[in-house]
Design a binder for this molecule. Structure first.
Ligand code: SF4
Length: 290
């Protein structure tokens, strides 16, 4: 049984975050409400409680939260509880963004049931869309194909965001130890787009002096000119000394000139860890010392 134990409000924007726990199952669920005033109510939902993918740039890594899959009932129940607290606008599209804590491909079956449950629940009330961010972990090919087939079968509007972040396999292995190969992942993404007709996008987080040099941009252009890119502002993590790139405008200009679709995006609710792979950092240090 999940219980709402903490609510936080960003001091930077309208983002809110709701933290639930089920002490019997030892699971934690964080769900964020994001209002960009762009005609959508966005809810950011995790795929797992904790995550063991070990990405070095991620706030979840080292947060000390036990990793456990969230089943579809966990997700439906906490989403329902969170939505009762959120300032929803019934005339807006509902975007369910599975970009909180966890790796979706590690929990595909439950996530698909959750997505289908949300679609059935809301499709007569308001337009509903879904998005999912994945690092495309090694060995996920079969599960990813299942996602594509499921989306086609039930006509689900699901955009896939590929957390790429690096253009070389060696450095990506260091920063994202469980991620699969870049080129095979891009091929799977293209398959998803052509077989389902749904959108895909690359997430790339430039880190100063690490992956933000002209050679990285050229490599990105040569590998993925046909795929839209979002350049995400890096939110520094406590366990690494790295800082956000100062070259994001130049990177975007080069990609613009190459004819790519590229956007610089600063995730909302950064002070409460409300975006992709983030936890509420102000909350857990307190919990860990109790
Ligand atoms: S970025 Fe995503 S997959 Fe990587 S550790 Fe964080 S939550 Fe897990």
């Amino acid at each position: 049984m999940f219980e709402l134990i903490h609510t936080s409000q960003s001091s930077l924007d309208a983002t809110r975050k709701y933290i639930f726990t089920d002490t019997r199952q030892n699971k934690t669920v964080e769900i964020a409400y994001i209002d960009k005033n762009d005609g959508k109510d966005i809810i950011c939902v995790p795929s797992q409680s904790g995550c063991d993918m070990g990405c070095r740039f991620c706030h979840v890594t080292g947060a000390g939260i036990k990793t456990a899959n969230l089943d579809s009932l966990d997700l439906l129940c906490t989403t329902d509880l969170a939505m009762q607290e959120m300032p929803m606008h019934q005339d807006r599209t509902l975007l369910v963004s599975i970009m909180g804590c966890g790796e979706p491909m590690s929990n595909v079956d439950h996530l698909l049931r959750y997505i289908r449950g949300m679609q059935q629940r809301f499709w007569q009330q308001r337009p509903i869309r879904f998005a999912l961010a994945t690092i495309m972990p090694s060995g996920c090919e079969h599960d990813f194909l299942d996602v594509g087939h499921y989306v086609s079968r039930f006509d689900i509007d699901l955009k896939i965001h590929f957390s790429m972040h690096f253009t070389g396999e060696k450095i990506r292995d260091v920063w994202m130890p469980w991620a699969g190969g870049i080129r095979p992942s891009l091929d799977l993404l293209r398959w998803y787009r052509s077989s389902t007709g749904r959108a895909i996008e690359i997430h790339y987080t430039p880190i100063q002096g690490v992956n933000d040099q002209p050679c990285h941009v050229e490599a990105l252009i040569s590998m993925a000119r046909d795929i839209p890119v979002k350049l995400l502002t890096f939110n520094p993590v406590p366990h690494e000394k790295y800082t956000p790139s100062l070259h994001m405008d130049a990177m975007k200009a080069t990609m613009d000139n190459a004819g790519m679709t590229v956007e610089i995006y600063t995730p909302p609710g950064r002070d409460i860890g409300a975006s992709c792979g983030q936890f509420d950092l102000q909350y857990y240090p307190v919990r860990r010392t109790q």
